[in-house]
Design a protein around this ligand. Structure first.
Ligand code: SF4
Length: 71
């Protein structure tokens, strides 16, 4: 554990993949862009997986030191 994730809303294309796969962690905001609800239940592997599955590469994963993890 220790990773965290951010949504680059400028890149989100509202595909819904992250929301469908991890509905407890992601939701759509009023503009139908992904937002993080609560990512505390996601493992480091989940962070990597959801970022890799984002079709627009809008999910960015960081390690505990704030260094971006290549996905
Ligand atoms: S998977 Fe990527 S493009 Fe799709 S809603 Fe989530 S952040 Fe946006």
């Amino acid at each position: 554990m220790g990773y965290h994730i951010k949504v680059d809303v400028d890149d989100c294309m509202s595909s819904g993949k992250c929301v469908a796969d991890y509905p407890a962690a992601f939701a759509f905001d009023e503009d139908e862009l992904a937002t993080i609800k609560d990512s505390s239940q996601l493992s480091d592997d989940d962070f990597i997986r959801v970022a890799r599955n984002c079709p627009s590469r809008a999910l960015i994963v960081f390690d505990a030191d704030g260094v971006e993890i290549p996905t």
